[in-house]
Design a binder for this molecule. Sequence first.
Ligand SMILES: NC(=O)C1=CN([C@@H]2O[C@H](COP(=O)(O)OP(=O)(O)OC[C@H]3O[C@@H](n4cnc5c(N)ncnc54)[C@H](OP(=O)(O)O)[C@@H]3O)[C@@H](O)[C@H]2O)C=CC1
Ligand SMILES: Nc1nc(=O)c2c([nH]1)NC[C@@H]1CN(c3ccc(C(=O)N[C@@H](CCC(=O)O)C(=O)O)cc3)C=[N+]21
Length: 292
Amino acid sequence: MKQIDGAAVAQKVHQETRQRIEALAARGIQPGLAVVLVGDDPASRAYVRSKDKRAAELGFHSVKRELPATTSQEELLAVVRELNHDPAIHGILVQSPPPKQIDEAAIVRAIDPNKDVDGFHPVNVAKLALEDPTGFVPCTPLGCIRLLEEAGVSTAGANAVVVGRSMIVGKPMALLLMRRGKGGDATVTVAHSRSKNLAAITRQAEIVIAAVGRPHFLGAEHIGDGAVVIDVGINRIDDPTSPKGTRLVGDVDYDAVAERCAAITPVPGGVGPMTIAMLMANTVQACEQLTK
Ligand SMILES: NC(=O)C1=CN([C@@H]2O[C@H](COP(=O)(O)OP(=O)(O)OC[C@H]3O[C@@H](n4cnc5c(N)ncnc54)[C@H](OP(=O)(O)O)[C@@H]3O)[C@@H](O)[C@H]2O)C=CC1
Ligand SMILES: Nc1nc(=O)c2c([nH]1)NC[C@@H]1CN(c3ccc(C(=O)N[C@@H](CCC(=O)O)C(=O)O)cc3)C=[N+]21
């Protein structure tokens, strides 16, 4: 079994991003990323901090907007509109999920699609389906494809099963795997909570993408011998043996699956760092496209 090192691949992506930032700098341009956080969910706060930190390290103009949990729809829309019009900002991310008084779909639609580095705006969803390279692809599935490429896994003609059909992970993941060309051309099955006999479906897969949101949900019975497993799940569970009392685990029972699979991503250190790397790459893409 080979462990796929997401942190190492993320470093490689950051190196490419640095070079693109230098090329922009030579033209007097600095890419700008704005991350908006509404409320004080501790997990969201941690993600936003690490995005902000990485963006600053790479030489982005990085703006963090933390709004109170009581922020209204209109107030959040006003912030989004201001960032849409700010020429120093090329990428906008509104951390999900927002508090319940916020209509998230309306917020996503308000973001300028040319600055939608999450790839959640309907224009970018359509561009992904249309295989139009000017669109933005959601960072997490884009990172998974890159991990497969870097691990030397060929997707062409492979049976791939995606478990999960969210707009953030599962659905764009399936579209990328079935796309024509590099990182695509797979035969794709999408499973979800209504799927019958999940283990029989996933056992047939040469590539399994787990994006369920349940700790250790996929066990040895779900994975065929020699499969490649990409574990997107980030779940915090109680662990009295750790100093914090909790730890992060994926949607895959790593220890049970590791014995039979050909390769697997760990949690942490797998898909998570790639999501951040792809967010930075998407922001540079936005900057390049907006300043062409
Ligand atoms: N590494 C990273 O950077 C990121 C990690 N994540 C993590 O990935 C995981 C998934 O996130 P996300 O897609 O947003 O989650 P969602 O809750 O939006 O989607 C979960 C999907 O899993 C399906 N599902 C739930 N229960 C079952 C079941 N018993 N059998 C089969 N399918 C099931 C759901 O089916 P149905 O549609 O029928 O409800 C749904 O499609 C989470 O752990 C999240 O924390 C998310 C984003 C980024
Ligand atoms: N608009 C929006 N866009 C997102 O991309 C988005 C979001 N909202 N809401 C929440 C999810 C989750 N997400 C993660 C990013 C990085 C790690 C990450 O770097 N994880 C580290 C561990 C970090 C730790 O130790 O806490 C790892 O897996 O190694 C995890 C999860 C982005 N998301």
